[in-house]
Structure formats: structure tokens, C-alpha cells
Design a protein around this ligand. Structure first.
Ligand SMILES: *[C@@H]1O[C@H](CO)[C@@H](O)[C@H](O)[C@H]1NC(C)=O
Ligand SMILES: *[C@@H]1O[C@H](CO)[C@@H](O)[C@H](O)[C@H]1NC(C)=O
Ligand SMILES: *[C@@H]1O[C@H](CO)[C@@H](O)[C@H](O)[C@H]1NC(C)=O
Ligand SMILES: *[C@@H]1O[C@H](CO)[C@@H](O)[C@H](O)[C@H]1NC(C)=O
Ligand SMILES: *[C@@H]1O[C@H](CO)[C@@H](O)[C@H](O)[C@H]1NC(C)=O
Ligand SMILES: *[C@@H]1O[C@H](CO)[C@@H](O)[C@H](O)[C@H]1NC(C)=O
Ligand SMILES: *[C@@H]1O[C@H](CO)[C@@H](O)[C@H](O)[C@H]1NC(C)=O
Length: 398
């Protein structure tokens, strides 16, 4: 009887005025709509364990989406296909918002016309492992309660499943591409492990008072593309020294704007940029860096330095150009910045290529085809979820 009166009361409620529902899109940089859903509200009568449903978004209501920084969309999909556009469905288009914008956020308004569910997702990076939808950035109006087949939870799980399969597909295809990309060195008949496969990432970057949205290539397991500070960190590397044909440390992990200070010790060395597959010759494409020779006397106590400023997080390979009386590079005097240590192209592999091509260690270090393949696999597995970097990014900085 109690239940009946409430149900009657609801049935008799007139549609007085249209409500406005405000939804934040990507608040706090998170890939989420908040709230995530306008669910059917309900009245629960504990003693009777009875639910009486009503729609919390009524025909005539407006749903106003407020776009926070980054670059999102409000795009209508279907329950069956959460991360794809519904034909003829609503779409806000991309709404790029700078990271420092806190007021006058762009909005997009959807008018609710009936009591049917409306399913929504963010179309950024659709079809890629970075898909915002695939990472759970979905929203619903008038979806079912938890437990119902068309609940928001079921919809979001379906979106996450799309994301998981995109990641798995990317891992498989890059593994395939990588496996196919093993090459033979320019000389020395040495098999070179495959190159890493970068992915495109769109992100808002803030540094001090500057901020911008950028799309860039991101490499597996490289440091975050965001510079740590305006000045960058300083990494000191000792080059050579008495009885030492090495860079110390032989590799560094550096963010854009970081400075690597090479301090030249005894003997007569250089630090010269090369390529992974051709470690002991100056980079032939583009403008590879080269410090030139720094002869340092055996009794020297003052050591000259030469600086290199990092502009992105793509792996960088370098070597010492000295070949008198014998090849320093062939002896393993090589250096790496942001090498992916979990991949087939880690520092040790680079050094092995140098020794194989210009040293005396050829037979001992040529890797078998089998070890190549497993190296490629571990790289891609490790890199699948990791961030990344940056090609066009640099221009934005300098
Ligand atoms: C926003 O994202 C879309 C799709 O990725 C891209 O085409 C567009 O250039 C981005 N806008 C900005 C300003 O980054
Ligand atoms: C409701 O109808 C209006 C006018 O036809 C239309 O612009 C709007 O997109 C519709 N809303 C939805 C959710 O389809
Ligand atoms: C955001 O940063 C950009 C670049 O530094 C600047 O031009 C713009 O005025 C800033 N906007 C706000 C709202 O602070
Ligand atoms: C340093 O090495 C280069 C290349 O071998 C050579 O041309 C140069 O004369 C050397 N400098 C000194 C001071 O030995
Ligand atoms: C190093 O030795 C050379 C000659 O062998 C001498 O001319 C020079 O002054 C010495 N330099 C230092 C820093 O001791
Ligand atoms: C190299 O960078 C360091 C640290 O920023 C600085 O102290 C030094 O003066 C620089 N050296 C050269 C040759 O530019
Ligand atoms: C390595 O070997 C190649 C081919 O013989 C040669 O051109 C190159 O100068 C060598 N580099 C060094 C640093 O020894």
C-alpha cells in the first residue's frame, strides 16, 4: 500500500521544467566524464525490496558538457559498439583546450528527446592503443541500473575491452613489423635488431607558465616527454681517461632540455652521433652532433667539456671517432641516451654491434635469429603501456 502510493505519486508528477545536467569532460587531466552517467534514479523501499524506476534525465532536459584541458570529444555510440560513432549520432568534434585554460571552457549541449539511453565516448586516438574510449572515457544518459544488462558498468567494461584488444593488436602488429624489420648492417654482415615502433600521442604539456597541446611520436620505455624544469637537469659523462676506452656512465636517461656535459679526460677522444645499425660512423642523415677531438695530456688536471642539449626522448647513439692507433669504437667506446633497455636495442646490443663491425669480436657476438626475435618481443611487451616521445615536440620548445 505504501509502495502503491509512492508509485502513484511519481506517475502523477508533471514535467514541470527542463533540468540542466552539467558534465565535466576530462577534469583534472583524467580520461573521464564526471559524473560518468545519468542513471535511472530509483526509490528503494527496503521492507518490500521493491524498486520503482524513474528517469533522471527527462525529455527536454539538457546535458551540458564542459571541456577541460587536452583534446576530447563527446561522440554518440551504441551500447553494442561503445568506441565507434553511431550513424547520424551527435558529435561535438574535437575540442582542444590549453593546459592553462581554467575559465571559459568550451561547452557542448545535448538535448534529451526521449527516455532511451544515450551512449557517449571520447573519440580521441580512436582505433589506437591510446584510444581515450578504450581507456574507459565513456558516458551515458538513462542507462540501466547496475545489474541490468544495459548498465553503465557493462557499457564501460565493453569500452575497456575494446581498449585491451587494440593494445593487444598493436603489440602483435608491431612485433610482426619489428620481426620483419631486422636488417643487415651496412658492412660486416651483422644482423641488426629491429627498430622500436613509436606511437602517436596527443598531450597537453605545461612548463612554468607555458602550456600547449602537442601530438608527437612516442618511443617504448623512453622517459616522459615533459621537461622536468626550464633549465633541464645536468648529466655529467666522463670521456676516456688513463687506460679507459669508455664513456662513464655509458648511457643516460634524459628528458627534453636536459644537458649532457661530456668531460674529456686523458687521450684524444670525440663524442660523435651515429646510428644503432652503424655505430662507428658519423650519422649520415641529418645533422648528427660531433664534439671534434679533445686531446688531453697524461698529466692534465683540467678537463675540457663539451655540452649536448637533449631535445626529445628518442634514443640517441654516439661513439668515439678515434681510430689511431686502433678503433676506440670497435673496442666498445660507445654511448647511448634513452636506449630502451628492455628491447633488443639496448646499450649492450649497441656496443656489441660496434665491436662486431669495427672490433675483433665479430664471431663471438653475432646474435642468432632466435635471440633477435625474443629481444623484439620483450621490447614490444614492455613498451605497450609505456609512454614515450617526440619528434615535432622539439620545435615547440626551442
Ligand atoms: C585534437 O585531436 C585531433 C585528433 O587527434 C587532431 O587532429 C587535432 O590536431 C588536435 N588538436 C590540437 C590543437 O592538438
Ligand atoms: C534531440 O532533438 C534535437 C532536435 O531535433 C536534436 O538536435 C538533438 O540532437 C536530439 N538529441 C539527441 C540526443 O539525439
Ligand atoms: C596559456 O599559455 C599560453 C602560452 O604560454 C599563453 O599565450 C596564454 O595567454 C595562456 N592562457 C592563459 C589563459 O593563461
Ligand atoms: C687527435 O686525434 C686526431 C685523429 O686521430 C688527430 O688528427 C689529432 O692530431 C690528434 N691530436 C693530438 C694532439 O694528438
Ligand atoms: C705536463 O707535462 C708537460 C711536458 O711533459 C709539461 O710541459 C706540462 O707543463 C705538464 N702539465 C702539467 C699540468 O703538469
Ligand atoms: C655545459 O653546461 C654546464 C652546465 O649547464 C655549464 O656549467 C658549462 O659552462 C657548459 N659548458 C659549455 C662548454 O658550454
Ligand atoms: C669502422 O669501420 C668502418 C668500415 O671499415 C670505417 O669506415 C669507420 O671509419 C670505422 N670507424 C671507427 C671509429 O673505427
Amino acid at each position: 500500500m505504501f509502495a502503491t502510493s509512492i508509485s502513484l505519486g511519481l506517475a502523477l508528477l508533471p514535467f514541470v521544467s527542463a533540468a540542466v545536467h552539467d558534465i565535466q569532460v576530462g577534469a583534472g587531466g583524467k580520461l573521464v566524464y564526471s559524473p560518468e552517467a545519468i542513471v535511472r534514479s530509483f526509490y528503494k523501499i527496503p521492507s518490500a525490496m521493491l524498486f520503482i524506476g524513474s528517469q533522471s534525465a527527462q525529455p527536454g532536459d539538457q546535458v551540458v558538457f564542459h571541456f577541460n584541458p587536452k583534446n576530447h570529444t563527446v561522440t554518440q555510440s551504441s551500447f553494442a559498439s561503445p568506441c565507434g560513432p553511431k550513424s547520424g549520432g551527435i558529435s561535438s568534434g574535437f575540442q582542444p583546450v590549453a593546459a592553462n585554460q581554467t575559465t571559459n571552457l568550451p561547452t557542448f549541449t545535448v538535448t534529451v528527446n526521449d527516455t532511451q539511453p544515450i551512449w557517449v565516448y571520447c573519440a580521441q586516438a580512436a582505433g589506437t592503443p591510446n584510444s581515450h574510449c578504450g581507456q574507459g572515457m565513456v558516458f551515458a544518459v538513462n542507462c540501466g541500473l547496475d545489474g541490468a544488462p544495459n548498465s553503465f558498468t557493462n557499457f564501460k567494461n565493453a569500452a575497456l575491452a575494446v581498449g585491451a584488444s587494440l593494445s593487444a593488436a598493436a603489440t602483435v602488429s608491431s612485433t610482426t613489423a619489428a620481426a620483419a624489420a631486422s636488417t643487415t648492417a651496412a658492412y660486416g654482415d651483422y644482423t641488426i635488431p629491429p627498430a622500436p615502433v613509436p606511437t602517436l600521442v596527443t598531450e597537453a604539456v605545461t612548463l612554468g607558465s607555458s602550456t600547449w597541446t602537442t601530438t608527437y611520436s612516442s618511443y617504448p620505455n623512453s622517459p616522459a616527454p615533459t621537461p622536468a624544469s626550464l633549465e633541464g637537469q645536468v648529466h655529467k659523462v666522463i670521456v676516456g681517461g688513463t687506460g679507459t676506452l669508455a664513456f662513464n656512465p655509458p648511457m643516460v636517461s634524459a628528458a627534453p632540455r636536459d644537458v649532457i656535459v661530456f668531460e674529456f679526460h686523458q687521450k684524444n677522444h670525440t663524442v660523435t652521433q651515429s646510428a644503432f645499425d652503424d655505430p662507428c660512423r658519423k650519422l649520415s642523415t641529418g645533422n648528427g652532433f660531433d664534439s671534434g677531438f679533445f686531446p688531453v695530456a697524461d698529466n692534465a688536471t683540467d678537463f675540457p667539456t663539451w655540452n649536448f642539449t637533449v631535445t626529445d626522448t628518442a634514443p640517441i647513439w654516439a661513439y668515439c671517432r678515434q681510430s689511431n692507433p686502433s678503433s676506440h669504437c670497435g673496442a666498445g667506446m660507445v654511448f647511448a641516451v634513452n636506449s630502451d633497455e628492455s628491447s633488443g636495442r639496448n646499450f649492450a646490443a649497441f656496443q656489441n654491434v660496434a665491436k662486431a663491425l669495427n672490433g675483433t669480436a665479430v664471431a663471438a657476438t653475432v646474435p642468432s635469429a632466435t635471440s633477435q626475435a625474443s629481444g623484439a618481443l620483450s621490447m614490444n611487451t614492455g613498451g605497450a603501456s609505456a609512454m614515450v616521445i617526440v619528434a615535432s615536440f622539439i620545435a615547440a620548445f626551442l
